[in-house]
Design a binder for this molecule. Structure first.
Ligand SMILES: NC(=O)c1ccc[n+]([C@@H]2O[C@H](COP(=O)([O-])OP(=O)(O)OC[C@H]3O[C@@H](n4cnc5c(N)ncnc54)[C@H](O)[C@@H]3O)[C@@H](O)[C@H]2O)c1
Length: 412
């Protein structure tokens, strides 16, 4: 029975608590967070996940668990990792460190995190749920024989879109790392690269060749949206970030030289029923599609009944409406791949190994996200085969992340 400790008790930790209900032989032993820890611990106890306790410090939590999870905001990653390192050096026996996406706000931070984990000799998991989505995994499995005879997929489109994040820190590019490209582009870049990767090869197998990106502030820089953000303490007139991002990545198979293209599109203006993940993958003579808003189930709530409904997110993540026809996904933790990523990570840790996706992989995705920001900033394609470009990316901090988005975002 592995004892899990979560640092952070917000939105994603809540999703992970629900996910653990579908994972065997685990106990959610502890939670540590400035906000939400008590409520999460109580829910875990009600759900039978063990005697979940609230811990006041990362050190105390590390001493009481086997696996430690960083589910806190992007801007506190390094501090938290330092505290984990201190606890391990002080004697805490940790069998695995899990970190949610995005690994870091930039490549310098990603390097620090990956290097610290390596120095600790502790296996890691980078939590990127979309590569574990059962629909993606099953499509790849069923097409394996076709792929082997026809060749790997050559074009992948992936989109993750919703109407905008829930907490103010996500909107602040200096704390979050950027706008929608840093927040959700990391998912779509990773999953589209994965769907182009020949089956049997590791997730970091393809050689990135180039990145071309366009970003913009389309919705949240306009009235009434900009004023609504202001009411929540977010000033998009002074410190804007992109709410639209379109990234095209070219890859090369290092063994065959075959080229492939990934298109990752993300927005915070998807004024529709709720979060949508959309993937389209095309190989020579075959294809597959995933649309997370297609469900066999639905709800209807009339105007007369709507006032009784307090929380539209009961039906679907980032749901925007409380009435009318609503999409119902009965098991979102499974649908989005959270349950499978837990199973993968925990079985790897039990064998003393890192998960399918480790912090080094998270570093690779950070590099591709940084190349996207650089492309938008320079208005040019970024050549990732050029060693000088790779060196420039090492300490590159996007203007948007520096709080200078107004200089380069159309519409501001
Ligand atoms: N895989 C996904 O699809 C997905 C979805 C949502 C969020 N995330 C990621 O999860 C992370 C957390 O996002 P969220 O939506 O849960 O945020 P949130 O704001 O809802 O919750 C953050 C939690 O971290 C706690 N926290 C803040 N500072 C802390 C610190 N110094 N030490 C310990 N805890 C601290 C807060 O009190 C809160 O409990 C982010 O990196 C985000 O990108 C991933």
């Amino acid at each position: 029975m592995l004892k899990i400790g979560m640092i952070g008790a917000g939105f994603v930790a809540g999703f992970h608590e629900r996910s653990l209900c579908s994972v065997r032989d685990v106990e959610l032993a502890g939670v540590c967070a400035p906000v939400g820890a008590k409520a999460l611990a109580e829910r875990a106890q009600r759900d039978g996940l063990g005697n979940t306790r609230v811990f006041e410090s990362v050190a105390d939590l590390c001493a009481a668990v086997d696996v430690i999870c960083i589910f806190a905001p992007n801007f506190v990653r390094i501090d938290i990792m330092r505290n984990i390192a201190k606890a391990i050096e002080g004697g805490a026996k940790i069998e695995g460190i899990i970190c949610e996406k995005p690994l870091a706000r930039n490549l310098q931070e990603a390097d620090v995190l990956a290097r610290m984990a390596k120095a600790l000799h502790v296996p890691t998991a980078y939590f990127e749920n979309q590569l574990h989505m059962p629909s993606v995994v099953e499509a790849r499995r069923q097409l394996e024989a076709v792929e082997q005879s026809m060749g790997a997929a050559h074009l992948a489109r992936s989109a993750e879109e919703h109407g905008g994040p829930h907490e103010p820190w996500f909107w602040d590019p200096t704390r979050q790392g950027g706008g929608v490209c840093c927040d959700m582009g990391c998912h779509s870049i990773a999953v589209s690269m994965y769907t182009l990767t020949p089956s049997g090869k590791p997730p970091g197998y393809l050689t990135p060749v180039s990145v071309t990106a366009n970003m913009s502030l389309l919705k949240w820089g306009k009235e009434p949206w900009i004023s609504r953000l202001k009411e929540r303490g977010v000033d998009y007139a002074a410190v804007p970030a992109e709410d639209y991002s379109n990234v095209t990545l070219e890859f090369k198979d290092p063994e065959t030289g075959v080229r492939s293209i990934a298109q990752a599109t993300n927005s915070w203006m998807y004024d529709a029923p709720g979060l949508r993940l959309l993937m389209e993958v095309f190989g020579p003579g075959y294809s597959y599609t995933v649309n997370s808003l297609e469900s066999p189930a639905g709800l209807f709530i009339s105007d007369a009944a709507a006032t009784a409904v307090a929380d539209s997110e009961l039906a679907l993540e980032k749901a925007q409406a409380t009435r009318g026809a609503l999409v119902l996904q009965p098991n979102e933790p499974d649908l989005y791949g959270y349950v499978a990523e837990w199973r993968d990570a925990l079985s790897a840790f039990e064998q003393g190994k890192s998960a399918m996706l480790d912090l080094e992989y998270g570093r690779l995705i950070t590099m591709l996200v940084m190349a996207a920001y650089m492309s938008h900033e320079k208005k040019m394609t970024i050549d990732l085969t050029d060693p000088a470009v790779l060196e420039e990316l090492e300490d590159y901090v996007p203007l948007i992340q520096q709080g200078k988005g107004a200089e380069i975002l159309a519409g501001t």
